[in-house]
Design a protein. Sequence first.
Length: 75
Amino acid sequence: MARPSPWPDKVLAVLRAGNPAAAIAQIKVAPSVRDLRALEKALAAAQLGGKWRDVDQAIAESLQALSAPRLHRSP
């Protein structure tokens, strides 16, 4: 079984430290959809979902971008 990524916990720690701008920057360069889903679950478990509207929007946009099929592949 694969070991869980530490990325969601690190982004959650940045949010708890009071720096949502840094968290949004990390969300925009998220490694995978799986990590974004784990971040959503961590926010819900910590009862922080909906606290930062910009963060929720960044997660949704990143999920959409990573889930969309690519139009072309570079050579």
